[in-house]
Design a protein around this ligand. Structure first.
Ligand code: OSB
Ligand code: MG
Length: 369
């Protein structure tokens, strides 16, 4: 495979409903799409999943743009490789910037699968065509509003409800959710809003039998999480600090948590996701696919990796209509009434790209050849 050109397209998409986490509120996504073309004229699509500000990770839209354009794309364009599995190595010299790398890397996997005429999920080694879906629900203006949102998702059939929590939106909120919905599969995601000084508060959440508590402590920590896990009953799920297969290995060794939320962007693409999934599977650590409020393209890649054997818990992979009035792929991602998505049979990501919709939403483009 030889990539002839890489096109970056920044699109702006307003969210159907704002999304609030412990680090801030988002109304509109600024998403960088990646279109790769090889010397035979075949194409593939990927998405750089960073946020609009460095609140979740150090990468954000403008930093990812310049890094992809000036550093990463030139490392890939014109190089002959055996397969998409080697694209990561072309960019390895550059440290960090895994979301920017993932946008390029996953686009090359889509291209390769399309050329072979096979669905990406099969090409990657996925085994479960039907994947289980949960939802991630942001911090709301009131508990009543949150309960209403949860009701909609439970009735739609989603198998697991995740709510965002923070020191001002935790105990009473979870208590109200349990009182209203009984023993649904429920979890909280703190996005690093606590420290070990909050241990009593975090211990008090044990009474709610949460399926897991996602990333309570700082974004780069796996030491204090191990201390906390020894003190609380609720399984800790790690998100932010697991960026590489080595990070996963070390966190497992330290017993920093019992579950890993695996995101393509955070770890640098499909090749890295596969390696982490394997390490976790061999060590009995369940993984599930996290989300970054992706457009249909990133979402389609998330569906593909969710089919791996180690993804044994419902992911944050949900229907397009929860995020967008009109997605950029066709058909939009839909979730069946039993809370599942069936990975598509078409080649590559298996969805059509709505080029007109992308053109409408585009704010800037760059082509590296
Ligand atoms: O921590 O999982 C997270 C969204 C943006 C940044 C971080 C996270 C999230 C989500 C949303 O929880 C998941 C989704 O619905 O895409
Ligand atoms: Mg998270």
């Amino acid at each position: 495979m030889q990539i002839r050109s890489i096109e970056l397209i920044e699109i702006h998409l307003p969210l159907v409903h704002f999304f609030e986490t412990s680090f801030g509120r988002t109304y509109e996504r600024r998403i960088i799409l990646v279109r790769v073309e090889d010397t035979d004229g075949a194409e593939g699509w990927g998405e750089i999943t960073c946020g609009e500000s460095p609140g979740y990770s150090d990468e954000w839209t403008d930093s990812a743009w310049v890094t992809a354009e000036k550093i990463l794309a030139p490392m890939v364009v014109g190089k002959e490789v055996d397969s998409a599995a080697d694209i990561w190595n072309l960019m390895k010299w550059a440290r960090g910037h895994r979301m920017a790398k993932s946008g390029i890397e996953t686009a090359c996997w889509d291209l390769e699968a399309k050329k072979l005429g096979v669905p990406l999920w099969r090409h990657l080694g996925g085994v479960n065509q039907v994947i289980e879906c949960g939802v991630s629900i942001g911090i709301q203006d009131s508990i009543a509003q949150l309960l209403e949102k949860i009701r909609v998702e439970v009735e739609a059939g989603y198998k697991r409800i995740k709510i965002k929590i923070s020191p001002t939106w935790d105990y009473d909120v979870i208590k109200a959710v349990r009182a209203e919905f009984g023993d649904i599969l429920l979890m909280g995601d703190a996005n690093s809003a606590y420290t070990l000084a909050d241990i009593d508060k975090l211990k008090s959440l044990d009474e709610f039998d949460l399926m897991m508590l996602e990333q309570p402590l700082p974004h780069d920590d796996i030491i204090d999480h191990a201390k906390l896990q020894r003190e609380i009953k609720t399984p800790i799920c790690l998100d932010e600090p697991i960026k590489s297969p080595d990070d996963a290995r070390k966190a497992i060794e330290l017993k920093s948590g019992k579950i890993i939320n695996l995101k393509n962007g955070r770890v640098g693409g499909h090749t890295q996701s596969k390696m982490i999934e394997q390490i976790c599977r061999e060590n009995g650590i369940p993984v599930w696919c996290g989300g970054m409020l992706e457009s249909g393209i990133g979402r389609a890649h998330n569906i593909a990796i969710s089919t791996f054997a180690g993804y044994t818990m419902p992911g944050d992979v949900s229907a397009s209509q929860r995020y967008w009035h009109e997605d950029i792929i066709e058909p939009a991602v839909e979730v069946s009434s039993d809370g599942t998505i069936t990975a598509p049979e078409g080649p590559g990501i298996g969805f059509e790209i709505k080029r007109d919709r992308i053109k409408q939403a585009a704010k800037r483009t760059a082509v590296i050849r």
